[in-house]
Every structure is written in C-alpha cells, then in structure tokens.
Ligand binder design. Structure first.
Ligand code: HEM
Length: 193
C-alpha cells in the first residue's frame, strides 16, 4: 500500500518538477509549495478513483479498498488546505477578475468542495464497518464524477494548445482526467460486477 502511494506521489512530483520548475522556470518557496500541491492533488485524485475498483480485484495486488480510500481522503485534505493557503491571483489567475474570485473560480472550488463532501459518505460507512454493498459506498462514484468535473473545468482550456506545453508535456489536468476515465471505463465496462 505505502509502496503504491510513494510510487504514485514521486512519479507525479517528478513530472510536475520537470514541467513547472524547469519547463516554466518556477523558483522560490511558494512556487515549491505550489508545485508540491499539484502532486498532492494528482495523487489524491488517482487514489480516490482507484478506490472504486472492487475489493476482489484490488486484493489480487494485496491492496485494501478501505485503506486506499482513507489514504486518498487524507491526501485530498492536504491538497485542499494547501490550495486555500495558496489561493491568490498570483498562483491561480483564472480564478480571479480584478483581484476578486470570479464566477469560474467559485465553480472550480465548489466542484472540489462537493466532491470531498461526497467522498465523506463512503469514508463514514467504512469507519462504521458497513458491508461492501451498502448504498453509502455508491456516493464514491458520484464524488469521482464531480472531481473529474473540478479538474476539467480548471484545465480544459489548455488541453488543445500543445504548442504552449513546456517540453510538449501534457497538463496534469489532462493526464488526470484521461487516467480517471480509463479507470472508470475499466471498472464499469470490463469488470462490471
Ligand atoms: C476530493 C477533493 C479534491 C481532489 C481529489 C482534487 C484534485 C485536484 C486535481 C487532480 C487538480 C489538478 C492539479 C493540477 O492541475 O496540477 C486540482 C486542481 C486544483 N484544486 Fe483540487 N481537488 C479537490 C478539492 C479541491 C477543493 C475543495 C479546492 C478548494 C480550495 C481545490 C482547489 C484546487 C485548485 C486551486 C487547483 C488548481 C491547482 C493548480 O493549477 O496548480 N481542490 N484538484
């Protein structure tokens, strides 16, 4: 379990360092924190999406669904707190107009907040040891759809302008949403039950 999280986090952080610290020449303490936050977000989102895979499948890889969900939720809280600390026109210009959060900014944040709220329901169910088929676990998949919307809303404008990508490295938002759709496709089209 810890190996999976460490591998995911270090891979995602390495990608973000090359794309932002080197590709976009970002330096400074707050910029270090800004790039680190991207890796927390990407790791949390990926683990939350993996947590919809059924236990019988995850256990083939010695992974526990509840543990994945709990770790993911914790890392998501780190991302949310980091984002609140970084929330400014300097780091998130598309969230602001004339130094005030604009409608798009409120939408991005609301989609993120709603997704963590929905993920709280299956987390409570797992802490109360409710059986796997309990209806409260179903909120997890709606949390993922909201989370994919959160990231799509933030990033889709930059998905086609590949000529602006540093080293032609795709944006993290695009890679996260594609991998999320692949995992959901695998879960509901291949595994089905
Ligand atoms: C389950 C909860 C959440 C997850 C899994 C999540 C995941 C993500 C992911 C994968 C990204 C794309 C990262 C990137 O572009 O580098 C992102 C971006 C972002 N999220 Fe969230 N998010 C969540 C909730 C929230 C909430 C509640 C807020 C409100 C403060 C928030 C604020 C942001 C911001 C500001 C960005 C832009 C980051 C950037 O461009 O560097 N997120 N989020």
């Amino acid at each position: 379990m810890k190996k999976l999280i460490l591998t995911l986090f270090l891979t995602f952080y390495g990608y973000a360092v090359i794309r932002y610290h080197i590709g976009k020449n970002l330096s400074g303490w707050m910029e270090f924190f800004f790039v680190l936050n991207k890796s927390f977000a990407w790791t949390a989102g990926t683990l939350l999406t993996l947590s919809v895979l059924p236990s019988y499948f995850l256990e083939k890889y010695k992974l526990k669904r509840r543990a994945i969900g709990t770790f993911a939720y914790t890392i998501a809280l780190i991302h949310i707190n980091s984002s609140i600390l970084l929330l400014s026109e300097k780091f998130y210009p598309k969230f602001y107009t004339h130094s005030h959060l604009n409608a798009a900014g409120w939408l991005y944040i609301s989609l993120g907040a709603l997704s963590i709220l929905l993920f709280t329901i299956p987390l409570i169910a797992s802490k109360l040891n409710f059986p796997e088929g309990h209806f409260m676990y179903r909120f997890g998949r709606y949390g993922i759809l909201l989370n994919l919307s959160h990231v799509t809303a933030i990033g889709f404008k930059g998905w086609l302008s590949y000529q602006d990508w540093p080293f032609y490295m795709p944006p993290i938002t695009l890679l996260f949403v594609l991998s999320g759709l692949l995992i959901l496709g695998f879960r509901y089209l291949i595994l089905r039950k």
